[in-house]
Design a protein around this ligand. Structure first.
Ligand SMILES: Cc1cc2nc3c(=O)[nH]c(=O)nc-3n(C[C@H](O)[C@H](O)[C@H](O)COP(=O)(O)O)c2cc1C
Length: 316
């Protein structure tokens, strides 16, 4: 499979749904990876997993669906279901450090059970018939390179088509400097694309990571929140910083899509985490900002957003 450029949207739990991925695509991302989706949820036909998490928009391809889980049987059927829903690639999560996920034996916990990790990757290939990539941490604890070793085995023994490498150990969570030198070493040890993740907070940081790690592609995570322009910057499309109007137009676009996806009530609550990502780029009075971030009503939120867009004082 070929993608049009080397700039990807990273998987982001509870965020990377079809419209966030479509937004990344509109700004030039070559591939978007979904938020992590439970292989068990798909295997057992959970309604929300099937209808919401697996929803793919016709214009967002290519899209990779990221699955997590610890059962090869569920991974095989989950991957088949994702492929039937239109996934172009399957990615397996072997990096999530969250205790709730690790406790089940999934995410970064798989670094301590390499044989199971290999079986999961084989099962996903078998079930989907698609290329399977793995997103993985470098290790569990400081000094541990078990993720590095497992990445090589995933390529050599389970046919992984690419490695999304986050060179921070699980214990670090999302903090600290990623070890790009280790990523460079891995890029030289495998003959499939290495996609670097971690610390890519801006276009400049992404370019630095790309050079330092010798990666084939970059995966933008937090640096894309409220700032899809990062994809344009990295793919050479647009250089000027976005205007106040464009930032708020983009937020309004997200609000419309969220309503379409989950209905007015749920969207009103869901969107509250999105607002700061957009407002952080603008000079907005504190009182207006806190009113927007606390309102659960979509109509009221739209009024406030329109006021901010036009630079008008908003009555609160
Ligand atoms: C809110 C949030 C949700 C995330 N969800 C996922 C996920 O579902 N699957 C995954 O593999 N990584 C997930 N990650 C990790 C990111 O994809 C990325 O590897 C990490 O944020 C490091 O990149 P950054 O420092 O550029 O943000 C998540 C990170 C954040 C901040």
């Amino acid at each position: 499979m070929e993608i049009s450029n080397r700039v990807l949207l990273a998987p982001l739990a509870s965020i990377g749904n079809w419209f966030v991925r479509l937004q990344a695509k509109r700004y030039g991302a070559g591939l978007s990876v979904s938020e992590m989706v439970s292989s068990f949820g798909l295997h057992y036909g959970n309604e929300k997993t099937m209808k919401e998490l697996l929803r793919i928009h016709p214009d967002e391809h290519p899209v990779s669906i990221q699955l997590f889980g610890h059962s090869p049987e569920a991974m095989e059927s989950g991957a088949r279901i994702a492929a039937d829903a239109g996934a172009d690639l399957i990615d397996i999560n072997m990096g999530c450090p969250v205790p709730k996920v690790r406790k089940t034996g999934a995410g970064a916990e798989l670094l301590s059970d390499p044989e199971l990790a290999l079986d999961l990757a084989r099962a996903a290939r078998e079930g989907s018939g698609l290329p399977v990539t793995v997103k993985i941490r470098s290790g569990l604890m400081p000094g541990d390179r078990s993720g590095y070793d497992l990445a090589i085995r995933l390529v050599e023994e389970a046919g992984a088509a690419g490695i999304g490498f986050h060179p921070r150990v699980a214990k670090q969570g999302h903090k600290g400097q990623p070890d790009y030198a280790l990523a460079r070493e891995l890029s030289e040890a495998i003959d499939v694309p290495l996609i670097i993740s971690g610390g890519l907070s801006s276009a400049e940081a992404a370019r630095f990571a790309y050079e330092e790690s010798n990666a084939d592609a970059v995966m933008i995570a937090r640096g894309s929140l409220g700032y899809p322009w990062v994809f344009a910057e990295l793919t050479g499309q647009e250089v000027d910083p976005p205007s106040r109007e464009s930032v708020m137009d983009e937020l309004a676009w997200i609000m419309d899509r969220a309503e379409e996806h989950m209905g007015e009530d749920r969207a009103g609550r869901y969107l509250r985490k999105f607002y700061p990502w957009y407002l952080d780029q603008l000079d907005v009075p504190k009182v207006v900002r806190s009113e927007l971030c606390q309102t659960a009503g979509l109509d009221r939120a739209r009024e406030i957003v329109a006021g901010i867009r036009n630079g008008e004082p908003v009555a609160v």
